[in-house]
Design a protein around this ligand. Sequence first.
Ligand code: AMP
Length: 184
Amino acid sequence: MTTPTPSPTATSEPAPGATVFVGLGANLGDARATLRDALTALRALAAPGSFAASSLYASAPVDSSGPDYVNAVARLRTALAPHALLDALQAIEQRFGRERPYRNAPRTLDLDVLLFGVEGDRGGLALADERLVLPHPRAARRGFVLAPLAELWPLGEIPGAGRVADLLADARRDPAQRVERVAA
Ligand code: AMP
């Protein structure tokens, strides 16, 4: 009698960990080059095959000053826990020479955890402590987050806020929130 051999799994299992969206923004120096380098740094945090990056967008500063921002969003799967991911993002910001002279100052590079633990079109963990608020409180209101997020997650829904496509349509009605795609 032969022992049945398990059939090879045809479907590829997702890497362990959580799917997250990270928002990127920069408005000092060569902001496009900074964002491209930061996307490369984020890719290094991602489980193999799990990384995706949006196009780059230009946006008028909101609650901030200086030249236009360049923004993007990345999706990745990570084995890091939420606060460890924040640590990793802050370490990347430091590498890019971010200074925090005052709140909402122009910055070399800003990295935010937008959503953590996304499953399909549903957007993950709700959490609020002194270091981390999830979903990111500004994600649902800012065109510069929603436009690149919609590119990667067109049917997505931010818990407690609504569908990304609807939120983006609202943001686009706000004349103060100019945001345009500038590079693939
Ligand atoms: P910012 O100046 O916008 O980069 O804000 C950075 C601060 O926001 C840090 O002290 C973080 O601890 C805090 N923070 C709270 N929630 C988040 C989040 N979802 N992603 C990134 N930073 C966050």
